[in-house]
Design a protein around this ligand. Structure first.
Ligand SMILES: C[S@@+](CC[C@H](N)C(=O)[O-])C[C@H]1O[C@@H](n2cnc3c(N)ncnc32)[C@H](O)[C@@H]1O
Length: 271
């Protein structure tokens, strides 16, 4: 079986099935053998069942199966069923044709892994949801470079925000390497990055994230004004900033996760 790691082989497979890469599904198929191998290496060891969102034509799925992973692959595009039945023929994979956002992630076994080249339009809500389940031991995925930068940003940078802190709350985040558009067919307009998240086993903290949404809701304002705009009383905000030794003009992007946790404790109960 062709390894599906050249634009020519992917184009030929699609043509043979009368298909085209559908932008609505974020279909940019990985055609770089070297990158495929690096993704599998970044996901090892396969200490739990592997979930792949968007197997596409099955290139990554097959690489994972050949490396010994137990894979459940969830694909939304029903047109790809005959392709996957061909490319994964005889391999022990569980294929689920469903929107991954509707999958019961809260019921996957403890210690599961996500390994995926994610469709760009669901990457952020999906990763957020998976982190909240507390069931994943490792998440290794390709996303647009800009999203990877937001997930791994440092304070006081434009990419730093609620997504950075969501990821930092739950996991240790690494941006492992970047991939040029030419690693995919058809090539996307932007670069991609491989991200690895290693969850720390910390439960969700809805109160903290309500505070963060308020703090970053109006980025151009000072933290004090942003919080007051969201309904936090002036006196409480001023007292909390003082207790943290922060100036009144401080902006949300200057605070790290620990400072926000302390701010939340000082501002409870929530308005
Ligand atoms: C970037 S492609 C990756 C394909 C393949 N894994 C690869 O690396 O070549 C994204 C895949 O996700 C699928 N997809 C898009 N939205 C989805 C959703 N909501 N649920 C599940 N799969 C989805 C697309 O049809 C496509 O197969």
């Amino acid at each position: 079986m062709d390894k599906l790691t050249s634009p020519q082989s992917v184009r030929a497979l699609l043509e043979r099935h009368g298909l085209f890469a559908d932008k609505r599904f974020g279909q940019n198929f990985l055609v770089s053998e070297a990158h495929l191998r690096r993704i599998v290496e970044a996901a090892r060891p396969f200490t739990g069942p592997v979930f792949e969102v968007g197997p596409g034509l099955g290139a990554l799925t097959r690489a994972l199966l050949e490396a010994g992973a137990e894979v459940t692959a969830i694909e939304k595009d029903l047109r790809l069923r005959p392709v996957l039945e061909e490319t994964l023929f005889g391999l022990p994979v569980r294929l689920v044709f469903q929107d991954a956002l509707l999958y019961s992630w809260e019921e996957v076994p403890q210690g599961s892994l996500l390994v995926a080249n994610l469709p760009y339009n669901i990457a952020t809500p999906l990763v957020t949801r998976l982190l909240k389940t507390g069931r994943f031991a490792r998440l290794v995925f390709l996303v647009q470079k800009e999203v990877a930068e937001r997930m791994t940003a440092r304070p006081k940078t434009p990419a730093y925000g609620v997504l950075t802190l969501r990821v930092a709350h739950h996991a240790v985040a690494e941006r492992l390497f970047d991939l040029p558009p030419g690693a995919f067919f058809p090539p996307p307009k932007v670069w991609s990055s491989l991200v690895r998240l290693t969850p720390k086993g910390v439960p969700d903290d809805p109160g903290l994230f309500r505070l963060l949404e308020a703090a970053f809701g109006q980025r151009r304002k000072t933290l004090k004004n942003a919080l007051m705009g969201a309904g936090y009383p002036r006196e409480a905000v001023e007292a909390a900033l003082k207790a943290l030794g922060l100036p009144e003009q401080v902006r949300a992007e200057e605070l790290g996760l620990e400072a926000f946790r302390r701010l939340k404790a000082l501002l409870s109960p929530q308005p």
